[in-house]
Design a protein around this ligand. Structure first.
Ligand code: ADP
Ligand code: MG
Length: 194
């Protein structure tokens, strides 16, 4: 039998390096919650939605969907220009994968649990349905794989925010073998019975 041994591509502590990484995922999956825990541990985390607003990079807001219309090319350009001054280690937000940072970490959540998390945020039904479908179809993962060299995903469904934070730290420290993309599939859960 051939045993496949995964050797992680890097081993480092992100705190000691110049690198920056992205924390992305469908809205409601838990990015901001985890980011706040990472900040408590000393990580510099940039709130990309705030960065977009502060730098006037939003071409308009869709109030019904609480989403920003952003020129991604412009966003990348401004981020590249400002990142040295920001001293950022982690960029958080559902658009952060568009910056093509390495690694890019995608938080995932089963649609049933994600629905509960979004309801907790008080979002309207239409926005919830839209995001559930996006999560079920691996929307952000597919976009990330398209533009990022190194992508990992964390299934947060049965993890509390502290556990998810530990998973993020593992990836940042090069322990990536548990988080290779492609294992998660919500299609059966989401589409059966529809
Ligand atoms: P995002 O920033 O990805 O949109 P939030 O961090 O705002 O998501 O979290 C959405 C909701 O889900 C919040 O009410 C939060 O308390 C809850 N939540 C976040 N992470 C978890 C988790 N791992 N388990 C259970 N609930 C969570
Ligand atoms: Mg958020």
């Amino acid at each position: 039998m051939i045993k496949k041994i995964q050797i992680s591509r890097h081993s480092f502590d992100i705190m000691d390096t110049d690198m920056d990484c992205a924390l992305t995922g469908t809205p409601g999956v838990g990015k901001t919650t985890v980011s706040n825990l990472l900040r408590e541990e000393g990580y510099e985390v940039l709130d990309l939605n705030r960065f977009i607003k502060e730098n006037d990079l939003s071409e308009g807001e869709d109030p019904k969907r609480d989403s920003l219309e952003v020129d991604i090319g412009k966003l990348k350009e401004v981020y590249e220009k400002k990142k040295k001054d920001l001293n950022v280690k982690i960029v958080e937000g559902h658009l952060s994968h568009h910056l093509s940072l390495s690694p890019t970490i995608v938080l995932r959540c089963s649609p049933a649990e994600l629905k509960k998390r979004m309801e907790k945020k008080g979002w309207d039904e239409e926005k919830i349905e839209e995001n559930l479908e996006a999560e079920a179809l691996d929307g952000i993962l597919i976009e990330a794989l398209d533009v990022c060299e190194e992508v990992y995903e964390i299934d947060t469904t049965e993890k509390d925010p502290e556990e998810v934070t530990e998973c993020v730290k593992e990836i940042l420290n090069g322990e990536t073998e548990m988080y290779e993309p492609g294992e998660i599939d919500w299609t059966e859960e989401y589409f059966s019975g529809r």
